[in-house]
Design a protein around this ligand. Structure first.
Ligand SMILES: [Zn+2]
Length: 142
């Protein structure tokens, strides 16, 4: 597995992308399966600005949240679902999305993108009480 963008300060890879990166980016083809990193509850599914189509998983009994961004809009989970660690949670989404109301992100040709993204990848974020931490402090991805 390769990480294309680490947590923290960076040069924005595309217009509108954050210069302080609140997660890590893992390039993967569209349709790649994504799994729950812990037992928890789905607290959000939807289009979220620069994150594009997003899934939020909240760890049980804690204000610990994991976000999966730029995912497929064909959600297999919905808000309120309880998942076990390792359950399928969704899929890596397409680079381009069409017909999303209020989507302000697009590529250099004006084609609307799945949030601030230059290609298919998972943006994975980790928050405690609203503050972002480096997921690599918690997990080792190998
Ligand atoms: Zn990212």
């Amino acid at each position: 597995m390769r990480i294309s963008s680490y947590f923290g300060k960076r040069n924005a890879p595309t217009a509108g992308a954050a210069t302080y990166h609140t997660g890590i980016d893992i390039p993967a083809p569209e349709g790649t399966s994504l799994f729950a990193v812990c037992d928890g509850e789905i607290t959000f599914t939807g289009f979220l600005g620069g994150g594009g189509y997003t899934i939020t998983l909240e760890a049980e009994n804690d204000n610990v949240k994991f976000t999966y961004c730029h995912v497929s809009p064909n959600y297999i989970v919905s808000k309120g679902d309880k998942l076990d660690k390792g359950d399928l949670i969704g899929y890596v989404g397409p680079k381009y999305v069409y017909g999303v109301l209020g989507n302000q992100y697009s590529d250099e040709n004006g084609i609307p993108t799945n949030g601030a993204t230059t290609g298919c990848h998972l943006h994975f974020g980790f928050r405690i009480n609203g503050k972002y931490y480096n997921p690599l402090d918690l997990f080792s991805f190998t």
